[in-house]
Design a protein around this ligand. Structure first.
Ligand SMILES: Nc1ncnc2c1ncn2[C@@H]1O[C@H](COP(=O)(O)OP(=O)(O)OP(=O)(O)O)[C@@H](O)[C@H]1O
Length: 286
């Protein structure tokens, strides 16, 4: 992967595509991820999240398009690989040996923070604890861009909250950029400030979370086949005498207002993601 010089983007992808034999797993993927952000990569099973991260980390070669990453990348794969017979301390020694840049204190601090024993064989740690060792290794390598494939998957709810909080403070302290894939959309609020939404290998939406959410609204009112404002209906639900429309509002012109009887609500990140994924469930056809 070529390094980007003098740009505000940590990752720049242009028409990125990757196929496994004849089947495209990623197609026409274009986005700029600004530096210092925590970006959530979200999509259904098989949407192409791991493929995208693997291409950005140079583990896979793209079949079309280009990707530029600014600086060193650390990628923690879904399986959170650690050597079973190595202790956490051994893993950190390995990290120090393998990485040209290594911050032992930072890596140790992560393990201490999550009370991971340093001397126990990783094979005897729980899945969540092994994940913490893999995170500590990645953090210790002081990456410019940290990519985490399903970092929250093995963690209990409290650990999920603590890991995301720690990641935010690492971002604050180091200015690194984080790209994390997850299915735990309900816990992204206040964590991710950038969203990449994938469906069937294509990018449905990419951008600043606040911008994306501001451009959407939910309207609840009397049962109706048509929405109360112009725009694109992302999701419509009809319940008894009531209709609910989650709308993507027109980008140009003043913000539309619904007529009497309709109440407008802001859309949160989870509602946004679920509505868009639901709308694209049937497939796009690569
Ligand atoms: N090594 C491979 N060989 C063939 N097809 C593959 C391979 N890896 C992934 N695929 C296919 O590519 C598509 C994207 O897979 P990918 O693992 O990137 O999705 P994902 O969004 O990470 O899924 P999940 O949420 O289940 O981890 C899927 O259709 C998958 O079956």
């Amino acid at each position: 992967m070529m390094a980007v010089v003098d740009t505000a983007s940590a990752v720049r992808a242009r028409d990125l595509g990757k196929r496994y034999r004849a089947k495209w797993a990623l197609r026409e993927c274009t986005f700029d991820l600004p530096k210092g952000r925590v970006a959530a990569l979200v999509g259904a099973n098989g949407a192409g999240k791991t493929t995208l991260m693997s291409v950005l980390s140079d583990l896979l070669v793209a079949d079309e398009g280009s990707a530029l990453v600014d600086g060193r990348v650390a990628f923690v794969a879904q399986e959170k690989p650690v050597y079973r017979h190595f202790s956490a301390a051994d893993m950190l020694r390995l990290g120090a040996h393998l990485n040209t840049v290594w911050d032992q204190e930072r890596a140790e601090r992560w393990l201490e923070r999550f009370e991971i024993p340093l001397d126990k064989a990783c094979g005897k740690l729980s899945g969540g604890q092994q994940a913490q060792v893999a995170f500590a290794l990645a953090i210790g390598s002081r990456p410019a861009v940290l990519m985490l494939d399903e970092p929250l998957a093995n963690l209990d709810p409290l650990a999920r909250r603590e890991v995301t909080a720690e990641l935010l403070s690492e971002v604050d302290e180091t200015g690194m950029t984080v790209l994390l894939s997850t299915h735990v959309v309900s816990e992204l609020g206040g964590v991710a400030d950038y969203l990449l939404l994938l469906a069937h290998g294509r990018l449905l939406a990419g951008g600043d979370v606040d911008d994306l959410l501001t451009g959407h609204a939910t309207f609840v009112g009397p049962r109706s086949d048509a929405p109360p404002v112009p725009g694109t209906v992302v999701e419509a639900r009809h319940n008894g005498g009531q209709s609910t429309f989650l709308m993507s509002l027109p980008e140009d012109g003043p913000r539309p207002r619904a007529g009497a009887g309709w109440v407008e609500h802001p859309v949160n990140l989870e509602e946004y993601v679920l509505a868009h994924l639901g709308a694209n469930r049937k497939g796009i056809g690569a």
